[in-house]
Design a protein around this ligand. Structure first.
Ligand SMILES: [Zn+2]
Length: 314
């Protein structure tokens, strides 16, 4: 190894900061930053995820605080939940940590079946601990199929339907029969002025398990279709009754030919009426009743809708 001519010995004992001991030497203090100085730089800190998300601008400032975010703190609802579980001190264990709605007779049958079979299948386990595990659950909208398990020996029974089923809706031939509760809900929804999204919000507010939006939509369409069928059938039936009554009164009623009669119709709209000669509406309904008999049965129903092309008139 020859001597490198370019290498110079570094002298530490020269210059203003020479390593030599100086008597009474005190190091210069760092100047404290003023507010103005701090304003010049972005403060580097890890922000909570919710704050970080709000401050974020995709193009200008994609990482506020210059660092990735910290996990967000609990929301107000979560805080309440935490408080209540702290106070109650409930150990949910393996159980489903939530409320469920069951048909009580079916639940009792399941418990009795479980008790009998548990005694047969694992006779050594004398004091079973009933558990309803989360992994044994199958949701069907508002209702559930549940499994019961013994917490000691692990014997399981289920999933078993804990709800009543309704008849298949018209036009549906495949898949499991719908739960009665779900169909009842869909029918009730046709009678009030809220849609499935609002209904879902209501159910979520109560912490109740609700069907998915698409499931609710499918059920609603099926129910509406069948209601429409029922309505048309009932109108036809009423017209038949009216014709029969007229025939009994001695009027000439020919099969397949129209019959003159008295009736009344009254239109209603989806928006309130105003003064004027015209009525602006996107939807209008016109029920027609006969006034020839004392029953005053509904014999026709006209419906016009500007929102969709599908028009039904009976
Ligand atoms: Zn057991």
């Amino acid at each position: 190894m020859g001597k490198n001519p370019w290498r110079r010995k570094r002298r530490r004992d020269k210059g203003p900061h020479s390593g030599r001991f100086k008597q009474n030497n005190t190091q210069q203090k760092k100047r404290l930053l003023t507010e103005e100085d701090e304003g010049q730089f972005e403060k580097i800190c890890r922000l909570k995820k919710d704050v970080w998300g709000r401050a974020r601008e995709e193009d200008v400032n994609p990482t506020p605080g210059r660092l990735r975010p910290l996990p967000a703190g609990p929301t107000e609802l979560e805080k309440l939940k935490l408080e209540s579980s702290d106070n109650g001190n409930i150990d949910v264990g393996e159980n489903i940590p939530d409320h469920r709605s069951f048909s009580v007779p079916l639940l009792m049958t399941l418990m009795n079946d479980f008790s009998d079979r548990h005694a047969q299948e694992s006779p050594t386990c004398l004091k079973p601990v009933f558990v309803m595990p989360k992994d044994g659950e199958r949701a069907r909208g508002f209702v559930f199929q549940e499994t019961v398990k013994c917490g000691k020996c692990g014997y399981r029974l289920g999933p078993v339907k804990l709800y009543e089923e309704s008849e298949r809706l018209p036009g549906k031939t495949r898949g499991p029969k719908p739960a009665k509760k779900n169909v009842q809900f869909a029918v009730a929804l046709t009678k009030i002025g809220i849609g499935i999204t609002a209904a879902k919000t209501l159910m979520s507010g109560m912490d109740a398990h609700a069907p998915s939006l698409s499931a609710m939509h499918h059920l609603n369409t099926a129910v509406c279709d069948s209601l429409e069928g029922i309505l048309q059938k009932s109108l036809a039936e009423n017209r038949g009754k009216y014709r029969h009554a007229m025939e009994l009164r001695g009027k000439l009623v020919e099969k397949g030919k129209p019959l003159a009669g008295t009736g009344a119709g009254d239109g209603c709209y989806n928006n309130p009426s105003f003064y004027g000669v015209s009525q602006r509406a996107t939807q209008a309904a016109l029920p027609v009743i006969e006034t020839g008999t004392q029953d005053q049965m509904m014999i026709g129903f006209g419906f016009a809708n500007k929102l969709c092309k599908n028009e039904v008139t009976e």
